[in-house]
Design a protein around this ligand. Structure first.
Ligand code: PMT
Length: 221
């Protein structure tokens, strides 16, 4: 039986991967399916929370009893997260957000010119949404959770990322072309600013989600 330990709480979850358009036809994107974020949204709703799910380019059905906001780019995701976070008790950033976007958007399809080399793509930085809502910028009592998607030196990079981002909890998971992205399962270590390190064994994405909410509920008191 699920305890309604998040009853009366508003939680915000981001899921999926942002797409940064180059022209009306192409974008820079990533391999996130949204499954981990949706598992977080479903489990929070089952524990009694009011859930706002901010979904970037996912092909998954809306979970029952969850408010879903659909976005495309990192800039749109930022607007939605900042808006929803103002009265949230917890924010969990499971979305894979592009760090960079093309500096220019071509309003017509970019053409191949037979006699010329392709133009290089210039990138500019996207806002760091997690850093923007963490630390001093969080509401009093609000719990902010980030994810770290790493391919090498997973734990060391995760520990450094926790310091840099300033969130309360960071879920460190390994990713690759066929690892974690799109799969039904995940495994992770959840790092806390209090120095805690909670390993979560390989299993359904729901199991990791439940551990995240256990740790959030402890911190909400
Ligand atoms: O969607 P699935 O297929 O189920 O896959 C799940 C997942 C691998 C996408 C998920 O578990 C995961 O790791 N999500 C975070 C992906 C990511 O962007 O990691 P990162 O290490 O690049 O970013 C660190 C954190 O900062 C993340 O919480 C991210 O949401 C946030 N971020 C990143 C860049 C940026 N400009 N703004 C941000 O807020």
């Amino acid at each position: 039986v699920t305890e309604p330990d998040l009853e009366g709480r508003h939680v915000v979850v981001s899921a999926g991967g942002t797409r940064e358009p180059l022209d009306p036809v192409r974008f820079l994107g990533n391999r996130s399916s949204g499954k981990q974020g949706y598992a977080l949204a479903r489990t929070a709703a089952a524990r009694g929370a009011r859930v706002t799910l901010i979904a970037a380019n996912t092909a998954l059905p809306d979970p029952a009893g969850v408010d879903v906001v659909r976005v495309g780019t990192a800039v749109e995701l930022r607007e939605a997260v900042l808006g929803a976070a103002t009265d949230a008790d917890a924010v969990v950033m499971a979305a894979a957000v592009a760090d960079f976007r093309p500096a220019a958007y071509a309003t017509g399809k970019i053409k191949k010119k037979d006699d010329r080399e392709p133009e290089p793509i210039t990138l500019v930085r996207n806002p760091d949404i997690l850093a923007e809502i963490s630390g001093d910028r969080a509401r009093a009592g609000q719990v902010i959770v980030g994810f770290a998607a790493e391919t090498d030196d997973v734990l060391a990079n995760g520990r450094a990322k926790l310091k840099r981002k300033g969130c309360d909890l960071l879920v460190v998971n390994e990713v690759g072309e066929r690892k974690t992205f799109g799969s039904e399962e995940n495994e992770a270590v959840v790092l806390g600013t209090d120095g805690s390190e909670t390993p979560v064994a390989h299993g359904p994405k729901e199991a990791l989600a439940e551990t995240v909410w256990d740790l959030v509920a402890e911190r909400l008191g």
